[in-house]
Design a protein around this ligand. Sequence first.
Ligand code: PMP
Length: 308
Amino acid sequence: MILKDGAACLRNLIHLFRPASSSLTSKGVYEGTKAYRTEDGRILLFRPDLNASRMKIGAERMCMPSPSVDQFVDAVKQIALANKRWVPPPGKGTLYIRPLLIGSGPVLGLGPAPEYTFLAYASPVGNYFKEGSAPLNLYIEEEFVRAAPGGAGGVKAMSNYAPVLKALIRAKSRGFSDVLYLDSVNRKNVEEVSSCNIFVVKGNVISTPATNGTILEGITRRSVIEIARDYGYQVEERVIPVDELINADQVFCTGTAVVVAPVGSITYQNKRVEFKTGSRSVYQELYSTLVGIQTGVIEDKKGWTVEV
Ligand code: PMP
């Protein structure tokens, strides 16, 4: 189902279910992608095939069928087209598109969902954080964990966001921008932030936690790694002990919603560590290139964008 107005999505969602034949189960995965307007008025999507593949992998993990990559990309194109007038001009925001895959069917107990509902809704968005483009102040969570080995943390399952909600709200009420989670086994290695991946810069080396099943492999993460390597940085995907943050030159986050966002400070065990930010930072170079490709300012030599 394609909705023309993001604000109407909740009302319309109610009509998607068929109570007579379907009982909603606990299974669901979703995606987040964006439509970008170029200076000459074209609308571009960024690597929607990767969102499609990620949804497929997630659906498999949730034991439910999923749309094909082509069906997914076509749906995203359709919703972008139907909402074309809501795609803000360059520099003023983007149209966020959220495809959802919800397992359903006449199953009361715990079992694979024999049917699914695939829908997408869209809304214009500006900056994800209320800080705008100002550096983020992250809080390292010690009580709650986001994902455990063997769980579903590596896919974009709806259930993954349940454990982080309370931690996030608590951190925000204390003035932090977001929460940085540690691994659930040793509680000493950096994993990711509630809705984005994290990178640590030291000299010419940019490191990010390896995707080991508990971290979502971000599409922005993957793209930024490639851009950074093109610029000659050494990029390492590996285990990053939390203590390593103390000596980092810079830290930044990546995600569809957050784009590439600088981290100004991280608070851990009541100690606050500050990082360099500013226009000459590594994140700025990566941000400009990524956004340049997404908005058609920089030639897309990699074939990452799809015009709708
Ligand atoms: N980690 C988590 C937990 C997320 O929710 C997201 C947002 N999808 C990301 C990382 C970043 O992924 P992407 O770059 O594909 O948006």
